[in-house]
Ligand binder design. Sequence first.
Ligand SMILES: NC(=O)c1ccc[n+]([C@@H]2O[C@H](COP(=O)([O-])OP(=O)(O)OC[C@H]3O[C@@H](n4cnc5c(N)ncnc54)[C@H](OP(=O)(O)O)[C@@H]3O)[C@@H](O)[C@H]2O)c1
Length: 301
Amino acid sequence: MRAVRIDRHGGPEVLAPADVPEPRPDDAEVLVRVIASAINPVDDKTREGAIGEGTPPLPMTLGWELAGIVVDPGPSGLPVGERVFGMSHQLASGRGSWADLVAMPAASIAVAPSSASLVEAATLPLPGLTALQTLDWLQAGPGDKLLVAGAAGAVGGLAVQLARARGVQVDALVSRQAQIEVVRELGAGHATTDRTTLPVGGYDAVFDTFGAFVTDAVADGGRYASIATQAGPVPDLSHRAVRTTVNQVREDGRGLAELAAAVDGGRLKIRVGAQYAVRDVKAAHERFQRGNLNGKIALIF
Ligand SMILES: NC(=O)c1ccc[n+]([C@@H]2O[C@H](COP(=O)([O-])OP(=O)(O)OC[C@H]3O[C@@H](n4cnc5c(N)ncnc54)[C@H](OP(=O)(O)O)[C@@H]3O)[C@@H](O)[C@H]2O)c1
């Protein structure tokens, strides 16, 4: 079968589908025939060798998310042929999703949304679970004011929509003027490119996707979560009774089921910016690196 496996770190030129043995699922795993996956910033950093400590040994198969068809249900109780989607913590497990067949823990997959294509569903697991788990940590609920920094990005755009569905008032910090209309359509109220206009102490919670560290914007007693691991820790705000974290996404089949319900209930829109066949994975990464995307890059198997 094919897998996008790298045997050295570097630019997109180190990427190519290779012929590798099929995985053998263990007693806790489901074998999935992958239809599509997607590119995330972590794949770019892992390929380059920018993650450092905690990177799986070479050679490694890249990729964190997938959507596909159940081939062997294992202990899941799912029927053969069921449409599923899942997230594999590639850095922790070494189990990459960019392969024709992937053996996934049954607890890390869920039935895919019925109203979305498998290509769309494949772009949701990593940013969707990151948005969901971080909103849970932020305890953002009805009436709360939330600022999402990087709101037009993959995680940010889903966080805006999921927070709005919880009755949260959401404002947005974005990088370019063109993104203002994008985040308003996703449900943001005030949207700005200028961090100096953010109200001091104006937010119960801040969801920071790129290491903006706009700490003045959070109210005393509030919550501040970053997901920008490589930007380092959020400054200590304990003197203002602000709880802080750098959140790390976890595999979570129940969370995926919640995301699928949000898609099927019309509360979560999936944005696919471009699609590439897996044989063109190098070109897909080059497109990813150019940025200026409105939606994720899907890889089709
Ligand atoms: N900790 C975790 O578990 C976890 C999980 C998922 C993702 N992440 C990390 O979180 C980050 C975001 O992921 P993503 O998939 O959402 O990436 P993304 O789709 O590239 O989104 C990042 C967004 O931040 C914006 N941005 C960057 N610098 C900015 C600035 N100075 N001012 C305003 N906006 C700015 C980008 O705008 P432009 O498009 O203009 O650049 C983009 O809209 C990545 O670093 C990723 O590795 C961490």
